[in-house]
Design a protein around this ligand. Sequence first.
Ligand SMILES: Cc1cc2nc3c(=O)[nH]c(=O)nc-3n(C[C@H](O)[C@H](O)[C@H](O)COP(=O)(O)OP(=O)(O)OC[C@H]3O[C@@H](n4cnc5c(N)ncnc54)[C@H](O)[C@@H]3O)c2cc1C
Length: 383
Amino acid sequence: MNDTDQMTQYQAEFRAFAQDQVEPYAAEHDRSQKIADHIVPQLAQRGYLAPFLDKKWMGKCLDMVTISLLHEEIGAACSSVRSLLTVHGMAASAINRWGKSALQDKVLPALVHGDLIGAFALSEPNAGSDLEGIETTATLHKDGYVLNGKKKWITFGQLADLYLLLAKSEKGPIAFIVERQLAGLDVVPIDGMTGTRGSMVAQLNFNDVLVPHENVLASPAFGNAVMLNALNFGRLSVASGSVGIIQACLNASLVYADKVQRFGEPLRNHQLIAQMISNMTTDLAASRLLCRAAAESIDKDTPDHVQSTFLAKYFSSTAAMRAATNTVQIHGANGCNESFPAERLMRDAKVMEIIEGTTQILQVNIAELEYQSHRQRSKNLTR
Ligand SMILES: Cc1cc2nc3c(=O)[nH]c(=O)nc-3n(C[C@H](O)[C@H](O)[C@H](O)COP(=O)(O)OP(=O)(O)OC[C@H]3O[C@@H](n4cnc5c(N)ncnc54)[C@H](O)[C@@H]3O)c2cc1C
């Protein structure tokens, strides 16, 4: 089988799973603010939790191009379930890259089998976009580090067994894997999110929590590098999930505009409706290409892989918001009611513009990286 056939086969497998096991539960996940009990075991059974891990950790060794397709298909079905794959993958990839071997042996196979769930804990009540604003402290102790502080908006914080976390220490920013059962850690559910409402968001309160030395990732002071690397995975996942949202919007709009008659014609015959559908179609194609380019650049570890991922996330998330707003518009009042998926897609799309780097932060970062590469190109020319 060649690579293209293999990819087509994977995509068909992901789509069938997403349509049969995830999409029928999406509205209920949104209403109940949690995911159905069968989701984690089913994801684990198919090897979709951390599928990039090596076979020695029971992973599937999948590349990022294939994982991007998985996150697109799951994202088209339910953004809350896709966000589980995102944060779980961020924690697993950080442990895989930076963890000590005792920690890897202990948790990586369990993360693949769904016996443990991982989450990503960076944001705080006073720090989201601004890494330097982190207030959670890690104080050196003979048996490890003592954590004090709060982490907020932690996706699947209610469900997770371990958290990839950043704190500040005397030596600089430091990244940890914090296990949930540690004394002094309090997990408080947060209800009432706008979108991805099934993603079981929590606040984590740390009160003298002792984390052992073996749970430190990389060297102390390299914490930002650990988190930025995990965020790169998260960004591609959110970008791919946004492509899924656009696809879901387009499908819903095509069906509705074909079925519903206004002024004696199907809606699709009205040119202003056709314009919205053609814009969605174009945004879908462009977003998919940007995600593909970003995934390939991560797989090949090219120097522009961070910029490629910024571009994919910035474009796809804003395109998802455009597509979802227009899907509501095409549905009229029906788009404003939960009996159609349009309004949920719009609420989920809004979240895509905020998580894993807001639209504004990405705009600033993209311009900055472009200046850097322009300076490098100019230097090379004058040599
Ligand atoms: C549903 C949901 C799930 C989340 N899950 C997680 C999670 O699992 N783990 C986690 O750590 N966090 C999570 N977050 C938090 C998320 O990462 C932050 O909300 C995000 O990074 C933005 O931070 P903030 O909310 O503090 O906004 P702020 O940083 O306060 O920004 C507020 C506004 O100001 C703009 N802004 C800020 N700085 C600048 C600047 N320099 N230039 C221009 N504009 C600027 C921003 O773009 C934004 O529009 C989640 C959030 C949501 C909504």
